[in-house]
Design a protein around this ligand. Structure first.
Ligand code: PEP
Ligand code: MG
Length: 916
């Protein structure tokens, strides 16, 4: 049996592909994203420096065996080095013509800056001398050598960065040197020696002179970095599996710092902030890649390279176009030019803002590069959520500017408005955000991978250094955190925990507002507004495509009579204004109007209270007669806004005490009056108190509410049904197409429906007769109680539709009271893995979902065309929506603000489970 292959040369990508059965995803599993693409580019004859990839399998085997290379791996790595020697004509460790390599991590999914890299492996005292002679540029060689010692020290040996940075800063300060470009050969030699001493002092070992030892330890370090804290944090935040492992890429060094005919840069094939189709990036002449990414020197815009190196620039443009067409995705590339020769060091799918994601998807579909369906799938519902997030109010911005509260400007690295209190370190930012629930703006000169936990906890990020491709910018964009980088007017004093800008001092804990869309920074708290959907043309196009997809008949596998289109998206709306917003966001129905909200309005509440406290049915009916016109006019507004679309109106649900003053409040008033000897109004208060006490329930949420209340006191719902049908009749006469659906809440047994529904249906018919009109309508029920779900077959004999009230259904299925659970034990339950997530946000498909499935299946046994929806909060949650698709719901109903998110989620489900 041949030995397992742990190492693939970049030009062996065909072999790797064959080994995994031709599946490119599996090549990425094996070689990591970077390694796979380096191989792929090599195969496409794009200039990539020779090198090889040690597989993710080797990493996993190494970690599983307590950090021991698997048998044969090291030997294969040595052989691979030999091949690179042949390919380059250089020799590893040869003083005359030394081969240098970089070791770069590369997991399947890119984790920018999360994993460790070591450059210039192969340099030692001898090869440095030899290379100096060969290149005649010893300044450059010793700069490279000190970088190796520094990176090796920090990455491989775990020495803190400050141990190198501090003596270097001291060295420069002593000599009055401001910029690294002022350092000459002797300086770099001295600094290299200084760094070697740091290694010796910190670790008690000499910096390894043996290049193979450097290679071996660097390989190990990359493997180990897979389980480093920052990598684990990043994967947790990005939802990447911890079982993938990372590959190690050993790439021949090419140098962008060989002189002014050399340079290095990073670029995106489209603008990652806006999505515009134009090259976006920066470069630096006479510099190494790290200088660009770390944002230490001020970079040039990529377009300027055309003037400085026209040929290399043209070649670079061509390669970018080829890569985008090949991968059918926006690419993020790294390149180096060594003495006018262009080398591509990396290509990967570029990270981008939500706005850019949508624009690029729509543009690429219009360009014919991808299909509309691919475009839909490229945007996640969460990204739509981000796009509808608050932005600063334009008027407030103008005012702040005129008042001189705009304090700085930088690069608009990640859009959105963030308001928060300033903290200058990642740990403190995380603590303040998580433990004190503060809105935090994390402010740093620049960020490093170790800062990610603070960045994720912050509402916004501000740095004084770095550019659009700096670490802060890349991470912020990916996680949708508003971010401004390179606000260079700001001076940050980390020790004194303050920042200074144009004489103004801002201390830790003070408020600022950061506009990641424009790059501006303001003092104080600026008001924000929700962006309008109408202005987001690309998103509207995408959502229309999504709707078309969902509405395709036959896209869903469905038994006879069941819905074979995807889900529709309806909205929960109580008032006509909500309904209009829901329509403008694309909802095609109202799934829940909570009528009791209308009872709370100022002029109505006293009538409602009179109705509740009535001593006789006559008194009650008279109060209800007063309420009827109010309800009717609300319903008229709803029907008008939803012309042609169904409107589900739920009859009164909450316990009546919610409309009355609280017992405690009344008791206090009565006692105060008694103590003060005030007789005026005392008797009424005492009477009210007595009635409220009489209505006391030990557990009102499980007491007299919903249909139980309607049976106990039918006058209220009789009035409501009359108001609904009068409103519908009037609107019909006015030419509106009405589709009223009356929903009875909290049903537990069909007998409840059998008792109440015929009475209400009689009223409906009466009203239609009175008005001489007729229209379609339905009577149905909410499914919120497990018993209703498990007896659905009988329930559906009376109910013409079901709507899952998953807020209550979750409470009742788990036996949790939501408020108590969320306040007390739910966080611990999720942390301990007892629950995968908060079941009030994401549907518990195994328990609550099981009941829902039973209800749909059994309900449709007695009524095959039973209309089924969901109106609990889960109706706007993408994972829960997918489940509703699978069990055969007709629609999901959610808050109007979540309608666009749901429209996309619904299309994703339709495509994911498409009936082929
Ligand atoms: C539900 O229980 O899911 C529901 C929509 O009703 P409410 O939230 O009003 O109890
Ligand atoms: Mg409910």
């Amino acid at each position: 049996m041949s030995e397992k292959k742990w190492v693939y040369m970049f030009n062996e990508v065909d072999e790797a592909e064959k080994t995994v059965g031709g599946d490119w995803e599996k090549v990425r599993d094996l070689l990591g994203g970077k390694g796979a693409n380096l191989g792929d580019m090599t195969r496409a004859k794009i200039p990539v420096p020779p090198g090889f990839t040690v597989t993710t399998e080797a990493c996993l085997a190494f970690l599983a065996e307590q950090n021991k290379f698997p048998p044969g791996m090291w030997e294969q790595e040595l052989e691979a080095i030999k091949k690179v020697e042949t390919q380059t004509g250089k020799k590893f460790g040869d003083p005359k013509n030394p081969l240098l390599v970089s070791s770069r991590s590369g997991a399947k999914f890119s984790m920018p800056g999360m994993m460790d890299t070591v450059l210039n492996i192969g340099l030692n005292d001898l090869t440095a001398e030899g290379m100096s002679k060969k290149t005649g540029n010893s300044r450059f060689v010793y700069d490279a050598y000190r970088r190796l010692v520094e990176m090796f020290g920090s990455v491989v040996l775990g020495i803190p960065d400050e141990a190198f940075e501090d003596p270097m800063a001291e060295y420069k300060a002593e000599r009055g040197i401001k910029s690294d470009t002022e350092l000459d050969t002797d300086d770099w030699k001295l600094i290299t020696d200084m760094f070697k001493k740091v290694v010796k002092d910190q670790k008690g070992i000499d910096f390894p002179q043996d290049p193979y030892e450097q290679l071996r330890l660097s390989t190990e370090a990359v493997f180990k970095s897979w389980n480093g804290k920052r990598a684990v944090d990043y994967r947790n935040a990005a939802g990447i599996s911890h079982d993938l492992g990372t590959a190690v890429n050993m790439v021949t060094m090419v140098f962008g710092n060989m002189g002014w005919d050399s340079g290095t840069g990073v670029a995106f094939t489209r603008d990652p902030a806006t999505g515009e189709k134009e090259l976006y990036g920066d470069y630096l002449l006479n510099a190494q890649g790290e200088d660009v990414v770390a944002g230490i020197r001020n970079t040039e815009k990529i377009q300027n390279l055309e003037k400085e190196m026209p040929e290399a620039y043209q070649e670079f443009l061509d390669i970018c176009n080829r890569l985008e067409n090949h991968y059918r995705e926006m690419q993020d590339v790294e390149f180096t030019i060594e003495e006018n020769k262009l080398w591509m060091l990396q290509t990967r799918t570029g990270k981008r803002t939500a706005k850019a994601t949508v624009k690029i998807a729509v543009d690429m579909a219009n360009e014919g590069l991808i299909s509309k369906e691919e475009a839909i799938l490229r945007v996640s519902p969460d990204e739509v959520d981000t796009l509808l997030h608050p932005q600063f109010d334009i008027k407030a911005l103008e005012k702040a500017e005129s008042e001189g509260r705009k304090i700085a400007s930088g690069v608009n690295a990640s859009p959105g408005a963030a308001v928060g209190q300033v903290y200058f370190d990642a740990d403190k930012s995380e603590i303040m955000a998580k433990e004190n629930s503060q809105d935090v703006i994390m402010v740093r000169p620049f960020t490093k991978p170790d800062d990610v936990h603070g960045m994720l906890a912050a509402k916004g990020i501000l740095t004084s250094e770095g550019g659009a491709t700096s670490h802060a910018a890349v991470v912020a964009r990916q996680f949708g955190v508003p971010c401004v980088v390179g606000a260079s007017e700001i001076r940050i004093d980390l020790e004194r925990k303050l920042m200074e800008v144009n004489g103004l001092v801002i201390k830790e804990g003070e408020w600022i507002s950061v506009d990641g869309t424009t790059g501006d920074v303001y003092l104080g708290q600026m008001p924000t507004t929700a962006p309008s959907l109408e202005e987001q043309t690309d998103l509207l196009i995408l959502l229309n495509w999504a709707d078309e997809t969902s509405a395709t008949p036959g896209i869903r596998k469905a038994p006879e009579g069941w819905p074979s289109k995807g889900l529709e998206v309806w909205a929960n709306a109580d008032y006509p204004a909500d309904a209009r917003r829901a329509r403008s966001y694309g909802a095609v129905g109202i799934g829940l109007c909570r009528t009791e909200h209308m009872f709370f309005e100022q002029e109505r509440l006293p009538i409602v209270q009179r109705m509740i406290l009535a001593e006789s049915s006559k008194e009650r009916v008279s109060a209800l007669d007063e309420l009827l016109p109010y309800q009717r006019s609300d319903f008229e507004g709803l029907f008008e806004a939803m012309d042609g679309y169904p409107v589900i109106i739920r009859l009164i649900d909450p316990p009546l005490h919610e409309f009355l003053p609280s017992e405690e409040e009344l008791l206090e008033e009565v006692i105060t009056k008694r103590v003060k000897g005030e007789t005026e109004g005392l008797a009424e208060k005492e009477d009210l108190l007595q009635k409220v006490q009489a209505m006391h329930e030990s557990n009102p949420m499980m007491g007299m509410r919903g249909v139980r209340l309607s049976i106990y006191m039918p006058e209220i719902v009789e009035m409501q049904v009359r108001a609904i049908f009068e409103a519908a009749a009037r609107q019909t006469k006015a030419g509106v197409t009405v589709k009223p659906e009356v929903m009875i809440p909290l049903t537990g047994t069909v007998k409840e429906l059998e008792w109440i529904q015929p009475r209400l249906e009689r009223i409906a018919k009466e009203v239609m007769d009175e008005y001489g009109v007729s229209f379609d309508y339905k009577f149905g029920t909410m499914v919120e109680i497990p018993r209703a779900a498990v007896t659905a077959e009988e329930v559906a004999e009376v109910a013409e539709f079901f709507s899952f009230g998953t807020n209550d259904l979750t409470q009742m299925t788990f036996g949790y009271s939501r408020d108590d659970a969320e306040r007390n034990f739910l966080v611990k339950y999720v942390e301990e893995g007892i629950l995968p997530e908060n079941p009030f946000q994401t549907l518990d498909t195994e328990g609550v979902g099981r009941l829902m499935k039973i209800a749909v299946d059994d309900g449709r046994k007695s009524r095959v065309d039973l209309e089924v929806g969901i109106c609990g909060e889960h109706g706007g949650d993408p994972a829960s929506i997918e489940f509703c698709h699978l069990i055969g719901n007709n629609y999901v109903s959610c808050s109007p603000f979540r309608v666009p998110i749901a429209r996309l989620a619904v299309a994703h489900s339709a495509l994911k489970y498409r009936e082929k």
